[in-house]
Ligand binder design. Structure first.
Ligand code: TYM
Length: 332
């Protein structure tokens, strides 16, 4: 059976980008068609300046939201990364395989490193090695498919390179995974800065729709979205990124096609209004279910505990095999 792994890192509140780019497919397709694992990858949240209590809060909130969105613990394995030691164990082996040059080429490292330096912060070594930990997350489970948004493609490519290199040097151990992306909305853009990705860790929230935003807040953010100075409604991601982004969002909500939708609208106002209502309706059940689940943290904890047990049982034998293949003595 196909094995699927994906994750979300608790560096901020989950956004519409996370939902449309990743989580919705996990819920609607991946958990039904495959043996799927989904993780709140909390170790990744330590790669930047962070407040311990906030990381804990966001980790629990992310897990609760994933359940609220419809992940079913009877169908998939939901767990917190730091509860399964195999991720860090395998990450070290992969650091012994990856080169300094290939991790420094990662676009996210360059962008985040530049931002940290500009804010006068030092860049943590773990920010550089982060894609190697991500590769370990994926490879530890013999993963075939990694459902992600566009921004993770380069990291999955590195993961593939490391798997192939390990197998060639030390004998076949890892499955070589591939990234899968949604047909539309694989890169939802910030509503205020349509040239940048809608990212949960950005400072200003005006261009970001959070899954837990009230309906009125969602409407306001979308009605104030930056559009373009052109006349008609056209689907042109390079020339009219603001409008194209709204068309992407609306067509993702309606399972439609952004080019076809562009022909339906005469004005930006009408497009914004329909997009706002579609997003409000899309998120309403998630928010309602989140409120119910947040009132029962013991249930969420139990799901995470049993998820971690299952994940450990899956990862352990494979990571042990990798330890032996690379030349380490078995622990006995
Ligand atoms: P993260 O937490 O930034 O995002 C989680 C998922 O949401 C997708 N995504 C988006 N999709 C479309 N438009 C956007 N604006 C948008 N923003 C985020 C991301 O592509 C991702 O699929 N490195 C990963 C976390 C990770 C991981 C893994 C993922 C760690 N280990 C192993 C897959 C497999 C990250 O930072 O995702």
């Amino acid at each position: 059976m196909t094995r699927i792994f994906s994750g979300v890192k608790p560096t901020g509140h989950l956004t519409l980008g996370n939902y449309l780019g990743a989580v919705r497919r996990w819920v609607e397709a991946d958990q039904h068609k495959a043996d799927a694992l989904f993780s709140v990858v909390d170790l990744h949240a330590l790669t930047v300046e962070h407040e311990p209590a906030r990381v804990r809060r966001l980790s629990r909130q992310a897990a609760t939201l994933l359940l609220a969105a419809g992940l079913d613990p009877e169908r998939c394995t939901l767990f917190v990364q730091s509860h399964v030691d195999e991720h860090a164990r395998l990450s070290y082996l992969l650091e012994c395989l990856a080169t300094d040059g290939e991790v420094r080429r990662m676009v996210q490292y360059k962008e985040k490193g530049t931002r940290a330096r500009a804010a006068g912060e030092s860049v943590r070594l773990s920010l550089l090695t982060y894609p190697v930990l991500m590769a370990a997350d994926i490879l530890a489970y013999g993963t075939d498919e990694v459902p992600v948004g566009d921004d993770q493609t380069q990291h999955v490519e590195l993961t593939r390179d490391l798997a192939v290199r390990f197998n060639q040097r030390y004998g076949h151990t890892f499955t070589v995974p591939k990234a899968t992306h949604p047909k539309v909305a694989a890169r939802v853009m910030d509503l205020q800065e349509p040239g940048s990705k809608m990212g949960k860790s950005h400072e200003s929230g005006a261009g970001i729709i959070y899954l837990l935003d009230d309906a009125d807040v969602v409407r306001r953010k979308i009605m104030r979205a930056v559009t373009d100075s052109g006349q008609g409604v056209e689907y042109d991601r390079a020339g009219s990124p603001g409008v194209a982004n709204l068309l992407d969002i609306l067509s993702a909500c309606e399972n439609g096609n952004p080019e076809a939708l562009a022909g339906v609208y005469q004005s930006y106002g009408a497009l914004k209004k329909d997009t706002a209502e579609a997003v409000v309706e899309l998120l309403r059940p998630v928010r309602e279910r989140h409120a119910e689940l947040a009132a029962d943290p013991a249930y969420v904890d139990e799901v995470l505990r049993s998820g971690a047990r299952r994940a450990r049982d899956m990862a352990r034998p494979l990571v042990d095999r990798a330890y032996q293949a690379i030349g380490l003595l078995p622990a006995g």
